[in-house]
Design a binder for this molecule. Structure first.
Ligand code: NAX
Length: 329
């Protein structure tokens, strides 16, 4: 057996954490031959609940679970961390302004960025889920001195998975037939699922689904509002599907599951200026991954004027978020 991968999970006693850590410990993130050490961070009042999660992990007798750390200290949680899943965040309370949410979470991600720089392994990779995920990743990267910025990513994979299923359902095919589906921009209702370059059974989506009105109307809205629809139905936000998407995100990036030849996946990564997205913004892009820690933004895709306009709007929102937390960058 190889050396365990040290995986930090923040907010490990929360909804997503509870749906996530068992899957990591069972081998679904790094494969059936890679042991893991789970380093779980919670706020002090949630440490009791975290103990309970750890008891259940024990009770699963996972052969790949090499060890666990339970702590409310970020540096302890990030000691030697290879992969950090930053899930914990402060939820938006009643009457809370978006700017306040940005600032409150900004403080969490400033501290966690610093703690990662101080304690994590040299090959650290970070996937941010806690919202506002793109801007939290930007803040963590800015505060992690000495860690290359491109190691900080945010999750838009849930949006990709949602977008694929809606297309598959409309076309009456298996979701496995839907490929090359990028989600551009912010993980927010302004996100842009890219039907111009996606494929169904190897053919352009627009050839298989010729109803452009549906693609630009009901489809787009359904994907963008899916998080709210789940909250309305379940009385709680997406958790199992978010954990599943994070497994997909990390497994493709560095868990031995490279992007299949000719396909791509969606990750929010620091922009190098491609596609008119200002350099440095953490934005959803189509990327290819090698499963061993490298990713590349796919070059040369063309977007329709409709999609370009939508991309500009989601990028403008990212710029606004960045400006609201300027003092933390
Ligand atoms: P929960 O409120 O169930 O869990 C969050 C956990 O984080 C709690 O246990 C809390 O004690 C902990 N926490 C808070 N501050 C912390 C800190 N400073 N350090 C460590 N732990 C801390 O929320 P959950 O449903 O699990 O969602 C977690 C985050 O994911 C939220 O910000 C949510 O908005 C975001 N989401 C992001 C998605 C994405 O696609 N990027 C989709 C799902 C989800 O909405």
């Amino acid at each position: 057996m190889s050396t365990p991968v040290r995986v930090a999970v923040t907010g490990a006693a929360g909804q997503i954490g509870y749906a996530l850590v068992f899957r990591i410990a069972s081998g679904q993130m790094f494969g059936p031959d890679t042991p893991v050490h789970l380093q779980m961070l919670e706020i002090t009042p949630a440490l009791g609940a975290l103990e309970g999660v750890a008891m259940e992990l024990d009770d699963c007798a996972f052969p790949l679970l090499a060890g666990m750390t339970l702590t409310d200290d970020a540096e302890e949680a990030f000691e030697g961390t290879n992969v950090a899943c930053l899930v914990g965040a402060k939820p938006r309370g009643p009457g809370m302004e978006r700017a306040d949410l940005l600032k409150d979470n900004g403080r969490i991600f400033t501290a966690q960025g610093r703690a990662l720089a101080a304690a994590a392994a040299d090959d650290l990779k970070v996937a941010v889920v806690g919202n506002p995920a793109n801007t939290n990743a930007l803040i963590a990267a800015a505060n992690a001195e000495g860690v290359p910025t491109d190691r900080f990513t945010a999750m838009v994979r849930l949006d990709e998975n949602r977008a694929k299923t809606q297309l598959a359902r409309k076309a009456g095919v298996s979701v496995a037939e839907v490929t090359n589906l990028a989600v551009w921009g912010n993980h927010s209702p302004t996100m842009v699922p890219d039907v111009d370059n996606a494929r169904i059974g190897g053919r352009p989506v627009t050839e298989v689904i010729t109803d452009r009105g549906w693609l630009e109307g009901e489809y787009l809205t359904t994907v963008q509002q899916r998080g709210k629809a789940v909250i309305d139905a379940r009385g709680a936000s997406s958790a199992a599907s978010a954990a599943n998407a994070l497994i997909d995100h990390v497994a493709a990036w560095c868990g031995g599951q490279p992007t299949p030849e000719g396909d791509w996946v969606s990750m929010a990564v620091p922009s190098d200026g491609s596609y008119g997205v200002p350099e440095g913004l953490v934005s959803g892009f189509p990327v290819t991954t090698d499963g061993a820690g490298a990713y590349r933004v796919v070059e040369g895709l063309e977007l329709s004027p409709f999609a370009q306009e939508k991309l500009q709007a989601t990028v403008a929102e990212l710029e606004e978020e960045r400006d609201a937390v300027a003092e933390m960058l």
